[in-house]
Design a protein around this ligand. Structure first.
Ligand SMILES: C[S@@+](CC[C@H](N)C(=O)[O-])C[C@H]1O[C@@H](n2cnc3c(N)ncnc32)[C@H](O)[C@@H]1O
Length: 344
């Protein structure tokens, strides 16, 4: 066991093995504990307690269960660093009767299961403990379950009724939480976490959603939706909430930008770009467009063979002296040059 300072936590944390690597970061743990605020919660695969210690601040009593004794010892130490001793730690297999019988007063069962390292396609029943097995052995205790699942897990593999909540931190997809039973508030949600605030978008009835027109060229402003919004499939809900004229432009097979002639601010935009020009896809023409401007760096944001990246970028940036950065998107055979007004 060692005590380590990590950007994931505001205080040093006790860890062993892969405990810290798989621990839920404090910013997510605090948010999730707020949402799962209850009297008695059982975290049945608690690891070193990265999430459990924040549940303990929101709940009267918490159980921390783990099959690995060394992890549980770290969790106990972390409880003494962060809390007031309202966690009961139990070592054992969460799927065993012996453990289930010790947490019968829990209102909520939470599990952030271990993920088999060698798996290419994630399955709910190959997580440890497996989600269907947890639902089965705890069904007589409560109908309130929450699970952390790999954010890249295909939705069709989550074959039970639940809310899928995608969380992003610093513009990156960070966590997926599944809420079951009375904990479910909608089908899909996206949460953007900031240090002292969070922003949540929920899925709506399809019939309520606006049609977003797809156009061939971006307008004056282009907005890159946060990955949690994209993953949760909530672009329609975002446009509905913003109540602004927004259209969509396809950047490549996977990416879409929202676009408008109006500058719109939203925490659900990862980046906000302002169009500064359009030129044919030709390095010399792009370079001559940028000569004499205050741009010195050109970030290529379209697919390019990795071995050609610096060759093309050096040609585009040749003899540029400015201090600003341009972001280059390729749509059809043209390059659209943007300045980023907001970086997360
Ligand atoms: C991803 S880690 C949990 C991390 C934790 N949420 C945190 O923030 O520190 C998963 C944990 O599940 C535990 N585990 C795996 N199978 C289990 C089982 N059948 N019963 C209890 N714990 C189990 C592993 O030992 C591991 O510590």
């Amino acid at each position: 066991m060692e005590k380590i300072s990590s950007p994931k936590f505001s205080k040093p944390i006790y860890t062993c093995g892969d405990g810290l690597r798989f621990a839920t970061p404090e910013i997510v743990a605090r948010y999730r504990a707020g949402r799962l605020h209850t009297s008695i919660l059982a975290d049945i695969s608690c690891g070193i307690g990265g999430q459990t210690i924040f549940f303990a601040r929101e709940c009267q009593k918490v159980y921390g269960v783990d099959i690995a004794g060394d992890k549980l010892q770290c969790a106990q130490k972390n409880d003494s660093l962060y809390n007031f001793g309202n966690i009961t730690f139990i070592e054992g297999n969460a799927l065993s009767t012996q453990i289930v019988e010790q947490v019968t007063d829990a209102d909520i069962i939470f599990s952030d299961p271990a993920r088999p390292a060698a798996e290419t396609v994630r399955q709910t029943d190959s997580l440890r403990p497996g989600i269907p097995m947890v639902l089965d052995v705890y069904k007589d205790i409560t109908d309130k379950f929450a699970f952390e699942a790999p954010p890249q897990m295909p939705p069709e593999r989550i074959d039970f009724d639940c809310e899928r909540e995608y969380i992003s931190v610093d513009g990156k997809l960070n966590r997926l939480t599944l809420y079951l039973g009375p904990l479910k508030q909608c089908e899909r949600s996206a949460v953007v976490l900031e240090e002292t605030a969070f922003h949540k978008l929920e899925s709506e009835d399809k019939s309520q959603l606006p049609e977003i027109a797809e156009i061939d060229e971006p307008k004056t402003y282009a907005f890159e939706p946060d990955p949690a919004v994209v993953k949760a499939g909530l672009l329609g809900e975002l446009v509905l909430e913003l109540k602004q004229p927004l259209e969509m432009v396809q950047i490549d097979a996977k990416r879409k930008l929202l676009t408008s002639d109006i500058l719109i601010d939203s925490p659900f935009f990862k980046n906000t770009f302002q169009l500064i020009g359009k030129v044919p896809y030709d390095c010399r023409q792009i370079n001559s467009f940028l000569q004499g401007t205050d741009i010195g760096i050109a970030v290529i944001r379209f697919n390019i063979a990795p071995e050609k990246y610096w060759d093309i970028r050096n040609k585009i940036e040749k003899d540029l002296t400015g201090g600003k950065t341009a972001h280059l998107f390729k749509i059809s055979r043209s390059i659209y040059l943007f300045e980023n007004l907001r970086t997360s």
